[in-house]
Ligand binder design. Sequence first.
Ligand SMILES: Nc1ncnc2c1ncn2[C@@H]1O[C@H](COP(=O)(O)OP(=O)(O)O)[C@@H](O)[C@H]1O
Ligand SMILES: Cc1ncc(COP(=O)(O)OP(=O)(O)O)c(N)n1
Length: 273
Amino acid sequence: MISVTMTIAGSDSGGGAGIQADLKTFQELKTFGTSSITALTAQNTLGVQDVFPVEASFIVKQINAILEDFDVKAIKTGMLFSSTIIREVSNRLKDTKIPLIIDPVMIAKGGATLLQSDAIDAMIQDLFPIATIITPNIPEAEAISGIAIKSEDDLQLAAQKLLSFGPQVVILKGGHLSDESEAIDRVYFQDGTTLNFTAKRLPTKDTHGTGCTFSAAITAFIARGFSIEDAISEAKKYIHAAISHGLNLGHGHGPTNHFAYNDHVNKEMVSNG
Ligand SMILES: Nc1ncnc2c1ncn2[C@@H]1O[C@H](COP(=O)(O)OP(=O)(O)O)[C@@H](O)[C@H]1O
Ligand SMILES: Cc1ncc(COP(=O)(O)OP(=O)(O)O)c(N)n1
């Protein structure tokens, strides 16, 4: 039977990030995607023009509607915008035993605020303790940990700080370390294990929605029963294919290509149905 996935995130009218990227990823990875929308953004590849948050109680109503009807196998969160939304969402999810992947979305590539600055504490106190995996990029890891990341030692220190907030696994995404020739995602487990997932850094400006897509792919693979390590490894292939076969759409940071994984990487999955 097909596995059900859920995203709790904001809508990107331009279709490259947020709920739209998550649902495309869920679909391509053969899961049944459901969603609770936290905010509308008027957005395209050039940036975010405006944000219209949904009332927290209505976000919870959407989650209730899904959880009361479906056997959801994995949940991800993206743009949560405010401390009120974070508190209501974590309160609703805290007693479910469903794997929870948190992409701590803060600022869009164009600089727009997707998380109010006073909401970081709520994320640390309420959401991270119930998280299976958190997936900050480097600027997000710096903002949450309070540690400026300039070296490998800083990465290690920041990861330990983030692990101390309670998630089982921290993935520090390396997409923003543009001086490296490789895009390295460093994974830290509570038992001290660390793993690196490495791919060639692709020279492109079209990386809108990469973080959303990567965390949605991890969520889909976990929903289908992959181990955490295998889910990350396969999600890395999904996002790498999506970036390398860019669609050349829009006039700014273009979206990635969700067809690419099945077209170019996982032909077996398609032919086997
Ligand atoms: N130019 C790139 N080439 C290859 N992989 C990339 C590139 N940019 C981002 N990635 C990968 O995309 C995923 C999302 O990372 P990142 O872009 O840092 O997230 P975010 O969108 O949250 O800033 C990670 O696996 C990262 O390594
Ligand atoms: C509605 C919405 N949610 C999240 C983001 C951020 O997406 P991300 O994957 O981090 O990609 P960039 O915005 O950095 O390109 C968003 N923009 N909109």
